[in-house]
Design a protein around this ligand. Sequence first.
Ligand code: 2HA
Ligand code: ZN
Length: 267
Amino acid sequence: MENVIQSIAEVCGYIWQKGWGERNGGNLTVNLTEFFTSDVLAGEQHPLGVTLPHIAGQYFYVKGTQKRMRDLAHKPMENGCIIRITDDGTAYKAVGEYVPPTSELPSHLMVQDYLQHTGSAYKATLHTHPIELVALSHHRALLDDSVRPNRLTHTLWSMIPETLAFAPLGIGIVPYQVPGSVELAQETLSKIRDYDVVLWEKHGVFAVGQDIMDAFDQVDVLNKAARIYLDALTYTAAHPDSEPEGMTDKAMQDVQRIFNLPKQRPC
Ligand code: 2HA
Ligand code: ZN
């Protein structure tokens, strides 16, 4: 378990360095149930506000509310805590020191409940504010599926072959909702079925992964493509007749074929 906590701290350090974690921005959870062989006595009970039957009795590391990624990078157990979901799935108790959990707990735990329900091996959920992806989420034409289905995903995939190779499910769009709300959690849940990373319009991203490094890597790959797209557009600003070309559909199909990429979450 120490290694898992260590990699959570490592990822939080990267997020701070990348400028994705201003002040207390961003949060995460990781399922730690495999490390608890017998029930651990936990403290005061806190209601969840929803019933999550598939994670009843399970254990999670959860970032603390108002805590900073840059502090968590050094002191993970002072800026987050381990919780156990009660056996009826309606509340949680802290294991050891209680640090009040992130405001986005509904999204994280509803998605964790869904992952368990589907028998997924994915253990981590990550919410962060990657600059370039959030910048693109302000452009309606990129988000609106009626303009061109999955336009943002195709734009990002077409920047470099690695984007398609390492983020083969693309990116889902979640319309703007109040941060921390159950509505945001529900919209996230409906999109995370098809995507490993979803873009919270004008706010950030929410990602799932086999572990926290995997979730981070997927966001990083997609955000790199967003950065390249925006950089290419700075040339367009000076030369309005030159749009970023992007890889051709044929080139992208070749990548899909050569790497034998999954169209659905692999596990
Ligand atoms: O942790 O990022 O969305 C603060 C947030 C809320
Ligand atoms: Zn946020």
